[in-house]
Ligand binder design. Structure first.
Ligand SMILES: O=C(CO)COP(=O)(O)O
Length: 250
């Protein structure tokens, strides 16, 4: 049995004060659920978020990380820095990192390797663009993204990985993949993993869906057999919406 996971990716939203207010509201609403819950505030808010949530069931993730141990990388944050403030999970490969910051499959492989070497849990994002879906190459694109960054990992490393399928055309657009489209891709990924990495990994790994998940569509998407929860952007910025989505997963 895979435990559902709902993660909120706040992106570049919420000052320290706003972050504290949202987390206070979230913790107070105590989502009654069997799902695991994670929030990913901006870097600067992480130490306070970890402190604030230390007695709650809500975990804290970073939205990115540099692949090097340390050094002359102005403006970057390392795995050890995340660990030193109590962060245990990192989101890697988000489409906004890929498109606005030029993160390639090759670079993401390095980041994943570094995160896993440091015992961080990784939520690895991938997904096709609109043109790729229209031309029917979406399965091929997703297969390449996974192959390049993850297929060299062994079964024990896969235990620290969560996959997040986020079709780029559904992110922040209000246009969600239909439950059938999500299920079709998630089932494809699981079959691919069974073939390439092993049946045990394919069965155990959680595959989240991300892209315009809202309280109104969450339940239908999460009820698909190969969808194990969601990575939520906009709707994770409002406590009521996020709690409703969490309830839909558990
Ligand atoms: O990118 C996302 C989560 O990482 C999804 O964002 P939205 O939920 O705002 O579409």
């Amino acid at each position: 049995m895979r435990t559902p996971l709902v993660a909120g990716n706040w992106k570049m939203n919420k000052t320290l004060e706003q972050s504290e207010a949202l987390l206070t509201e979230l913790a107070a609403k105590r989502p009654d659920t069997s799902a695991e819950i994670i929030v990913a505030p901006p870097f600067l808010n992480l130490p306070a978020a970890v402190r604030q949530l230390q007695n709650s069931v809500i975990g804290v993730a970073a939205q990115n990380m540099h692949q090097a141990e340390s050094g002359a990388y102005t403006g970057e944050v390392s795995a050890d820095m995340l660990l030193s403030v109590g962060v245990r999970t990192v989101i890697l490969g988000h489409s906004e990192r890929r498109s606005y910051f030029g993160e390639s499959d090759e670079l993401l492989k390095e980041k994943v390797d570094q995160a896993l070497a440091k015992d961080l849990q990784v939520i690895f994002c991938f997904g096709e663009e609109l043109g790729q879906r229209k031309s029917g190459s979406h399965f091929e694109v997703v297969e390449r993204q996974l192959r390049e960054a993850l297929f060299h990992l062994d079964a024990s490393q896969w235990k620290s990985l969560v996959l997040a399928y986020e079709p780029v055309w559904a992110i922040g657009t209000g246009e969600t993949a239909s439950p059938a489209q999500a299920q079709e891709m998630h089932a494809f990924i699981r079959q691919l993993l069974a073939k390439e990495v092993g049946a045990g990994v394919a069965d155990a790994v959680r595959i989240l869906y991300g892209g315009s998940v809202k309280p109104a569509n969450a339940e239908e998407i999460f009820s698909q057999p190969d969808v194990d929860g969601g990575l939520i952007g906009g709707a994770s910025l409002k406590a009521d919406d996020f709690v409703a989505i969490i309830a839909a997963a558990g």
